[in-house]
Design a protein around this ligand. Structure first.
Ligand SMILES: Cc1ncc(COP(=O)(O)O)c(C=O)c1O
Length: 504
């Protein structure tokens, strides 16, 4: 199968639509990590992602009869744009079914390339089902985003370019993984010619379907899929990609949201390109690999796979970047509620850059302050700050990895209620689109008074809301039953220390 795939890659027809992208050096990163770091610039494709390669190659294999009838795909993202462009160049009718939550910018981009957009369903599965119905009805040909040998062969041309453009030492290539089409193509070609080069897949930790499949030695369906990096938010690795990569990939690394955000900034600093989170995923994995293995003097290449991000999302990405770099510690510190204690706390902290500081009177004996402190990356410096404060007699809670604190508490003003009552706290996530917040509100239970509410639009595909409700302890299970029935993804956060210290 490997040889047949390599032949298909070498015969792939992509350059009538795609361009050969350069490999950019990353001097700042290289110096910081003591390795030569290179970035393959797929963000420079005409559709701002590598997806045009696979889509075009697949379409180039169609018969004249298939082309005359038209093509169809379900996609909310880069595959849709790649397919729309490929179809336009070939003069073929293209229909793209997108979930209704698709950001307007992506719908417009697909329409601008001449494809017909059908908006259907709230999630990808419903859109895909409708696409299959339309295919049966009209005789369209379905163009899959990753689970197809011709799509894989198109993506594999990136591997051909890498080996041709960089003939010197190359120790590892880091590839982002969604459904596995990209890594299958790159791994097949590179391993066939240069088995010494390590191929390392990088996945978002909440959509790590390749890692799960490798561990189980079979494809598995993830129960929940995080959508922060929507380009790679796939619940099951493709069948054809898995057959290829299970013996070719050396390792899979997973990274979290903050690490991806930090990598967006790193790419910007070295190349001035703004990557989407899926596009920066491979660099986040590369950095983690260097930190974990301690390698030095190697040549490591990552693929910046795309740059299709909403501008208003950058605000959120920037906010999380310091955390991803582990350059900011978020701490809750308890100080005495008396004159001079603020000053004493600052003296104990010493000459450190404070990124955030908020305080509100709680009672006559103690106060809790929410403080962000700039620290050196790596965790040791953060630990040193915490130790220093503890040695100074302060009670310190480290909230640096606490999602509730980072998403909501640091933006909430108002503090504690003046009278005591029983409150239960829930954090929700729902697909973002016009009217989604209203929809969410109407579905919230009306039997319990709402005592806290926080929502911020990050320009992301998913909205995040924090809700406090006055729930008598006997009613807790009723609330859980109700919330399970309405089906929004949620977390019960009443015991979270960030809430207990600042809001309860
Ligand atoms: C920007 C970006 N990176 C990576 C991927 C993952 O590619 P694959 O699904 O072939 O693994 C995608 C998929 O759409 C993407 O859009």
């Amino acid at each position: 199968m490997l040889e047949a795939t390599v032949k298909k890659i070498l015969q792939a027809n992509v350059y009538e639509a795609a361009c050969e992208t350069p490999i950019s050096p990353a001097p700042f990163l290289s110096r910081r990590f003591n390795n030569q770091i290179l970035i393959k610039r797929e963000d420079l494709q005409p559709v701002f992602s590598f997806k045009i390669r696979g889509a075009y190659n697949k379409m180039a294999q169609l018969t004249e009869e298939q082309k005359a009838k038209g093509v169809i795909a379900a996609s909310a993202g880069n595959h849709a744009q790649g397919l729309a462009m490929a179809a336009k160049l070939m003069g073929v009718k293209a229909v793209i079914v997108m979930p209704r939550i698709t950001p307007d910018i992506k719908v417009q981009a697909v329409r601008a390339r001449g494809a017909k957009v059908v908006l259907k369903g709230d999630a990808f599965a419903a859109a895909a089902e409708h696409a299959h119905e339309l295919m049966e009805e009209h005789g369209y040909t379905y163009i899959p985003p990753f689970d197809d040998i011709d799509v894989i062969a198109g993506q594999g041309t990136i591997g051909v370019e890498i080996l041709r453009q960089h003939s010197g030492r190359l120790d590892a290539i880091f590839v982002p993984v969604g459904g596995g089409g990209l890594i299958a193509g790159v791994a097949a070609y590179v391993k066939y010619l240069r088995p010494d080069i390590r191929i390392i897949g990088v996945e978002a930790e909440d959509s790590a379907c390749l890692k799960a499949a490798l561990e189980a030695n079979e494809r598995v369906v993830l129960e929940q899929v995080g959508v922060f990096a929507e380009g790679v938010a796939v619940a099951q690795i493709g069948e054809v990609p898995f057959m290829l990569v299970k013996d070719l990939v050396d390792e899979v690394i997973t990274v979290n949201t903050d690490e991806m955000c930090a990598a967006v900034k790193d790419i910007f600093e070295d190349t001035r390109a703004v990557a989407e989170t899926s596009g920066a995923l491979s660099l986040a994995g590369l950095k983690k690999y260097v930190q974990q293995t301690g390698v030095e003097g190697e040549t490591l290449l990552c693929i910046n796979s795309g740059a299709n991000t909403n501008f208003d999302r950058l605000q959120h990405i920037a906010e999380r970047t310091e955390l991803g770099e582990q350059r900011e510690a978020i701490l809750a510190v308890t100080i005495a509620e008396k004159p001079g204690s603020f000053k004493k706390f600052c003296r104990t902290l010493g000459k450190r850059m404070v990124t955030e500081f908020s305080y509100r009177y709680a009672d006559s004996t103690e106060a809790h302050i929410f403080v962000g402190v700039q620290v050196k990356p790596g965790g040791e410096d953060r630990q040193a700050v915490i130790e220093k404060l503890r040695d100074g007699g302060y009670q310190v809670e480290d909230l640096t990895d606490n999602e509730l604190a980072k998403l909501h508490i640091r933006h909430l003003s108002g503090g504690r209620p003046s009278e005591r009552f029983e409150e239960a706290l829930y954090r929700f996530e729902f697909p973002e689109r016009p009217g989604a917040l209203m929809n969410f509100l109407t579905q919230l239970p009306h039997d319990w008074n709402i005592s806290l509410f926080h929502y911020r639009n990050h320009g992301a595909a998913y909205g995040r809301v924090l809700v406090g409700m006055q729930v008598p302890s006997g009613d807790q299970t009723h609330v859980a039953d109700y919330l399970n029935a309405i089906g929004y993804r949620y977390w019960h956060e009443s015991d979270n220390p960030a809430y207990q210290l600042f809001m309860a």
